[in-house]
Design a protein around this ligand. Structure first.
Ligand code: UTP
Length: 297
């Protein structure tokens, strides 16, 4: 690794979307605050940042999203109350939510797409590489997905995105990559060179079945590409279109994540994540498993 190469220290978490797939639950509360077992969705992404060695988080928020700021702020009255009641374990849990990270916030005044949301963070990111995590996707595995992408950046100085194989029937819901073997012995078949990307193609026009899952490590040049973009698929400014430029210019890697990806921004994905995390929960798991066995389906 070159001594000149900047480390990835910051992560951008865009949370300004309208969450229409979860209406009416998301009319007045952020989708990112819906709980999976006992933690809001967004906390899983923040924990991934902590585990990956990120130091600073930039939320791109919008109207009706104040609950996210409150969740990661300190809560002295609550902590004092819990301490006084002898619930110091719970007080510690509340204190540790922010994990010692630095949080900053910027607004996306209108939900004009993921690319636009990332562009809104340009001043706070500055001239350094950064991670992007979609807060409604939980990546669950031995190595945090963002850490894997940061390692690729450290080794190559090029951006990287997480991908996974998606069923043919779901290809039209994803950004899909056209990619070839990366020829990087350290990563073997897990690392691919991205040649092109297509946003939400029909299954018969998709260049592969590898879908972009919601974790990215990007160089600051991405902002130059985003700045010149016109609205793309769905009338939104698509991050995929800027990634395309990155792939054609400085280069972009696709990393096939070995863990499990839960698209919890979708109702079925959310339910599956809830069931799987409940089963894994040391306190709830055994009783919940028993309950599922006894269900007359
Ligand atoms: P999604 O497309 O999953 O979220 O974007 P959405 O638009 O809120 O949901 P639906 O499709 O209407 O149900 C992935 C992430 O990007 C953020 C969302 O908040 C979500 O966490 N996002 C999306 C923005 O911050 N701004 C946008 O303009 C679009």
């Amino acid at each position: 690794m070159s001594s000149e190469r900047k480390r990835v220290r910051k992560a951008v978490l865009p949370v300004a979307g309208l969450g229409t797939r979860f209406l009416p639950a998301t009319k007045a509360q952020p989708k990112e605050m819906l709980p999976v077992v006992d933690k809001p969705l967004i906390q899983y992404a923040v924990e991934e940042c902590i585990a990956s060695g990120i130091e600073s988080i930039i939320f791109v928020t919008g109207r009706r999203k104040n609950a996210i700021e409150d969740h990661f702020d300190s809560a002295p009255e609550l902590e004092r109350f819990l301490e006084e009641k002898g619930k110091s374990h719970q007080a510690d849990m509340v204190r540790e939510i922010s994990g010692g990270l630095h949080f900053s916030y910027t607004r996306q005044s209108e939900a004009q797409g993921l690319g636009h949301a990332v562009f809104c963070a340009r001043e706070l990111v500055g001239d350094e590489p950064f991670a992007v995590l979609l807060g409604d996707v939980i990546m669950d595995g031995a190595v945090p997905a963002t850490r894997s992408l940061m390692d690729i950046w450290d080794a190559t100085g090029q951006g990287a995105i997480a991908v996974e194989e998606v069923e043919k029937a779901r290809v039209h819901l994803y950004g899909i990559v056209a990619a070839t073997h990366g020829n990087q012995p350290r990563w073997g078949d897990q690392l691919l060179r991205v040649n092109d990307l297509v946003e939400k193609p029909p299954a018969d026009k998709a260049p592969s079945n590898l879908g972009v899952t919601g974790r990215y490590v990007l160089p600051p040049e991405i902002f130059e590409y985003l700045e010149t973009l016109e609205a793309g698929a769905g009338g939104e400014i698509q991050l995929t279109d800027a990634l395309k430029e990155l792939a054609k210019g400085p280069g972009l890697w696709a990393h096939i994540y070995e863990g499990k990806t839960h698209d919890a921004g979708d109702k079925l994905g959310f339910l599956k994540a809830t069931v799987e995390f409940a089963l894994k929960n040391p306190k709830l798991g055994p009783d919940f498993r028993q309950y599922l066995r006894e269900l007359k389906l």
